[in-house]
Design a binder for this molecule. Structure first.
Ligand SMILES: Cc1cc2nc3c(=O)[nH]c(=O)nc-3n(C[C@H](O)[C@H](O)[C@H](O)COP(=O)(O)OP(=O)(O)OC[C@H]3O[C@@H](n4cnc5c(N)ncnc54)[C@H](O)[C@@H]3O)c2cc1C
Length: 410
């Protein structure tokens, strides 16, 4: 195994103009963060090798909401047409009380017409994977698990195990996109992601099995004391994603619990979905401690996505932040002759934004789960706010613009 260098000379875009030889970059993990990262590096004229321990990228996860901040990055990669084919565009997030009464409708459209999409994670990954396979600058190795890594001031030495065989290589930068349980973070003895004390119960329902009144056109969120549920269409409208968030760290399906009882007495539009859904899968939610660094190993290892800052999905931004991370890190690498300076610049740019999103996650958790009588105050305040004000509350999040891509000269 030899990690390829980036393209040489003028054809390498900004990075090539500054560096000889161009950097050797490896990425651990071919999830949303890792695939997006490789594609963006390629757009900046840089090669990358992606190591993924799974032998095949199969259907993992369930539905995701992708807001305009993330989709602007995927638009830079010309992926919006392919995403629109498999996703559904939302115009608002409708907030309802647990009994069904509408509280408010929060607009999610963007002024620049970048959509807000609901999509199955597997469909998003498939679109990214097809783009990766069509990009010669990217080497994707499936069934390749990153093992021990050592760093010094000049490079990182990585060990990769493929089919029981171990190989070593030397890279200038290792990007850890290896998920919430990041083995790289563990190796660096960073504090692990900690349970949030809540579990997401996820399932999907075929739209064909649903009477029209049970098919949500937009994103719908039902709010109740210490619980909430969210439903939205995915798979170009052929299915509905349902996630129910409840207290507890349920991990054992043998415990007999299938759907937290609380939800069975909620809005009939929700119970109608529950009755027609396959038993949901419990997904205990964890978050990475905010104090953890994103850059480790003498600035030769950079963590992105859940590996850096896994957070509970109350603001629907985990994948969005992973995609934003990739845009910022790729631009920093393209702009900095010194790759360790690029790593530090990435952390400096991303940390304040990630902290702000984390605060929003905590705020949503608090507000969504308010018990009576406090929830009545919440609902009055939300109902009185004009739609434009609800949208502008989220302008800092949804109107984020990614750094530009310096296209390689022909
Ligand atoms: C219930 C729920 C709802 C959510 N809803 C939303 C939403 O609406 N919007 C949103 O933006 N986000 C949402 N998220 C969050 C989102 O799913 C994650 O933030 C996102 O998928 C993280 O992507 P990632 O690439 O960082 O990690 P992952 O998708 O976990 O990818 C990590 C990859 O690294 C590989 N790997 C691990 N270790 C190694 C190794 N040693 N060597 C090689 N490969 C390795 C793994 O096999 C995996 O493929 C939700 C999450 C949950 C749980």
């Amino acid at each position: 195994m030899t990690i390829r260098e980036g393209k040489q000379g003028a054809a390498a875009g900004a990075a090539g103009r500054f560096r000889t030889p161009p950097p050797r970059i490896a990425i651990a993990g071919a999830g949303i963060a890792g695939l997006t990262m490789a594609l963006l590096l390629a757009r900046h004229g840089l090669n990358a090798t992606v190591f993924e321990r799974a032998a095949a990228l199969e259907e993992v996860g369930a539905g995701l909401q992708l807001s305009p901040n993330a989709l602007r990055v995927l638009d830079q990669l010309d992926l919006l047409p392919a995403l629109r084919e498999v996703a559904v565009e939302a115009t608002s997030v409708d907030l309802r009380r647990s009994g069904g009464r509408r509280i408010a409708s929060v607009p999610v459209h963007a002024e620049d017409d970048t959509p807000y999409l609901s999509i199955h994670r597997a469909d998003l990954q498939a679109v990214l994977l097809a783009a990766v396979r069509g990009t010669p600058a990217i080497t994707l190795q499936l069934g390749a698990e990153l093992g021990r890594v050592s760093t010094d001031f000049s490079a990182a030495t990585i060990e990769v195990e493929t089919n029981g065989a171990r190989e070593h290589d030397v890279v200038d930068l290792l990007i850890g996109a290896d998920g919430v349980r990041s083995p790289l973070a563990k190796q660096a003895r960073l504090a692990p992601a900690v349970p949030t004390g809540t579990t997401a119960w996820r399932t999907t329902i075929e739209s064909a099995d649903l009477p029209p009144e049970f098919r949500p056109a937009n994103v719908v969120a039902w709010l109740g004391a210490r619980h909430h549920a969210v439903a939205y269409p995915i798979r170009a409208g052929r299915a509905v994603n349902l996630v129910m968030i409840a207290p507890g760290q349920e991990t054992d399906p043998a415990s007999g619990e299938t759907v937290p009882q609380q939800f069975r007495s909620w809005d009939s539009r929700l119970t109608g979905l529950i009755e027609r859904a396959a038993p949901p899968t419990p997904w205990p939610l964890a978050g990475a401690p905010a104090s953890r660094p994103f850059v480790i190993g003498g600035d030769r290892i950079v963590l992105i996505g859940d590996a850096a800052h896994a957070m509970a999905p109350y603001a629907a931004q985990g994948a969005g932040m992973a995609i934003e991370d990739a845009a910022v890190l790729a631009a920093a690498i393209a702009e900095n002759a010194d790759i360790t300076a690029a790593a530090r610049a990435y952390e400096a740019i991303r940390r304040p934004r990630i902290d702000k999103v984390r605060n929003r996650v905590a705020f949503h958790r608090f507000v969504y789960h308010l018990p009576l009588p406090f929830s009545l105050g919440r609902d009055t305040v939300l109902a009185l706010r004009p739609k434009a004000a609800l949208r502008s509350d989220l302008a800092w999040l949804y109107d984020w613009q990614p750094p530009g891509i310096v296209t390689a000269p022909a």
